[in-house]
Write a protein that binds this ligand. Structure first.
Ligand SMILES: [Zn+2]
Length: 342
């Protein structure tokens, strides 16, 4: 019995998480998405559902990094040679979702010397790691706050640059590694250093629904899905299809979405009023608002888009105020309400 993915459209509530990963899927340069919340709130379900929703992607046949055969796309050395010779063959594959297990070593993540081949054949071959598998897809880390800082740092660097560079053990390998990083965390179990928090593009909070109707609906759909996956997926097919079209259109539209000066000023006002350090906050607000405008099918970024991404883009960048222990989300809301009107 094959196991199907829970349809993205059938996820009850969790609007902020859905919005954040949709924006990141439209523009991976937004940076990773950090999902904080209770266990069992479907954090990884949403990521898997979104990946399953995306259209299959074209990859170079035989490439271990899932290189994109499209004209002008960054590719590995072997694919570059094939392309120059006009010998690139491609096929369609599903968008990957790679789980980064806790306790994964750096070797496992970035790739390493293939010891077996080195010992038996005397060949210095590279054994690709999880970053290679995640190329052009999603890298999901459960309990990111329990991962060693240097690994989180490394993952964010690679996600930002879109390239994995390995220079050690006599190896020199670089390959494309562009992925959406999604880290889930339980606020009670270890904290991320503020410097790391700030490097994630968006941060969202998910909660177990507190109203009766939503709880009933969550359980009803789960139960229906488990009893007959195929029938459930078929029932949601139309909605997922609509969303897929919206996503594909948004990706195409993204480069043409205008960011007027007024929007840049709004983002800056917001960050100044909240006292965020540096300019990463503004940049993320603008990128996420642009992705949202693209999803909405609009030609330019408006106040409405900025208002809707303010919380996920900024709540993890606020400095702790010893005189004000108000929750970060509440502080962002308060400032945004003052600026944009409630
Ligand atoms: Zn390649």
């Amino acid at each position: 019995m094959s196991s199907l993915n829970f349809p993205f459209s059938a996820i009850v509530g969790q609007d902020e998480m859905k919005l954040a990963i949709l924006c990141a899927a439209v523009d991976p340069r937004i940076g990773g998405v950090l999902v904080f919340g209770d266990r069992g709130t479907g954090k990884s379900t949403a990521v898997r559902a979104l990946a399953a929703l995306l259209p299959k992607m074209r990859v170079v046949v035989g490439c271990r990094y899932g290189c994109d055969p499209a004209e002008g796309a960054a590719v590995c050395e072997a694919c570059a040679t094939l392309r120059a010779a006009g010998k690139l063959k491609s096929k369609l594959v599903s968008v990957p979702v790679v789980d980064l297990p806790l306790g994964a070593t750096e070797d496992r993540v970035v790739g390493a010397l293939d010891l077996e081949r080195a010992l038996t054949a005397g060949v210095k071959a590279f054994e690709p790691g999880l970053l290679a598998r995640a190329n052009r897809g999603f890298l999901y880390i459960d309990e990111v706050n329990l991962l060693e800082d240097h690994l989180v740092d490394l993952l964010i660097d690679v996600a930002a640059s879109g390239e994995n560079v390995v220079e050690r053990e006599g190896l020199s390998v670089r390959h494309p590694a562009r992925f959406v990083l999604v880290g889930s965390g339980n606020p009670e179990e270890g904290e991320l250093r503020p410097q790391l928090l700030d490097r994630f593009g968006l941060a969202v909070e998910v909660r177990t629904p507190q109203d009766l109707a939503s709880r009933v609906e969550v359980v009803r759909r789960r139960d229906q899905f488990e009893r007959d996956q195929a029938a459930f997926v078929a029932r949601w097919h139309k909605d997922d299809d609509k969303l897929r079209k919206r996503l594909v259109a948004a990706r195409e539209r993204l480069p043409d979405v205008a960011v007027p000066d007024a929007a840049l000023e709004r983002a800056a006002q917001l960050c100044m009023a909240l006292g965020t350090d540096g300019l990463r906050g503004e940049l993320t607000v603008i990128r996420a608002a642009r992705a949202l405008a693209a999803l909405d099918g609009e030609a330019e970024v408006t106040d409405d888009h900025i208002r809707r991404v303010a919380k996920p883009a900024l709540r993890h960048r606020l400095r702790r105020d010893p005189l004000d222990d108000t929750d970060a989300s509440v502080r962002v809301d308060r400032v945004a309400d003052e600026l944009f009107g409630a």
